[in-house]
Ligand binder design. Structure first.
Ligand SMILES: [Zn+2]
Length: 147
């Protein structure tokens, strides 16, 4: 199936030290949304609050919202974009940044013919946000590494 309507990817962070797609789904429903606003979530090894780091929970790619449905992650830019959320606030794990994310980007960029220039950080669309707390330079490097 051709999905030409998708033309960009926007990266986010959860701004939490822990979490997964189920927890974000819960948080977003509590805000009155129809469920997880991101299409994908990448875990950091800590799923629940006060849990210790578990390596097998690090770098898991989870589906948050069906990719054929419009996301709710970036005001004014939800149409045509895929939202990916890295669990974490300021620091991310090597598995998230250098394994799971590039692998996911590689697949999505290939499937949807998305170019390097179309991989963005949330902060590029909102002056008030620093999300995902990864510089444009690093985002670019990860995207380059993914193609
Ligand atoms: Zn964001």
């Amino acid at each position: 199936m051709k999905k030409k309507c998708i033309d960009s990817i926007i990266l986010h962070c959860s701004d939490s030290e822990f979490g997964d797609a189920d927890l974000i789904d819960q948080w977003h429903r509590e805000r009155g949304w129809s469920g997880c606003g991101y299409h994908f979530v990448i875990t950091n090894g800590v799923i629940q609050a006060h849990e210790k780091y578990l390596p097998f929970n690090d770098g898991l790619v989870q589906v948050g919202r069906d990719i054929n449905k419009t996301g709710a992650h970036c005001k004014g830019h939800n149409t045509g974009s895929i939202g990916i959320c890295l669990i974490g606030r300021h620091g991310f794990t090597a598995k998230q940044l250098y394994e799971a994310l590039p692998e996911l980007l590689r697949m999505l960029m290939f499937d949807h013919e998305i170019s390097l220039d179309q991989v963005h950080g949330h902060f590029e669309f909102s002056r008030k946000k620093s999300c995902p707390n990864i510089s444009k330079e690093i985002i670019r490097k990860i995207a380059e590494y993914s193609v």
